[in-house]
Design a protein around this ligand. Structure first.
Ligand SMILES: [Zn+2]
Length: 61
């Protein structure tokens, strides 16, 4: 089982991230970077082409 937070280190830049406002990130900037990655992985950003495989057509006889 893998913990989301790794030993108090910022998951973005891997610097020491003290417990605080932006925990587990070291700063608002890193928190923002992580949020951006998360959003891109879950939503289609308007203006960007999403790589979605086309579904195979149903074979109906
Ligand atoms: Zn950081």
């Amino acid at each position: 089982m893998k913990a989301a937070n790794n030993n108090g280190l910022c998951p973005i830049c891997e610097k020491n991230a003290p417990t605080g406002k932006h925990h587990p990130f070291c700063s608002a900037r890193c928190a923002d970077v992580d949020l951006g990655r998360w959003l891109k992985g879950n939503y289609v950003i308007p203006g960007e082409k999403a790589e979605v495989p086309e579904p195979e057509p149903d074979k109906t006889d």
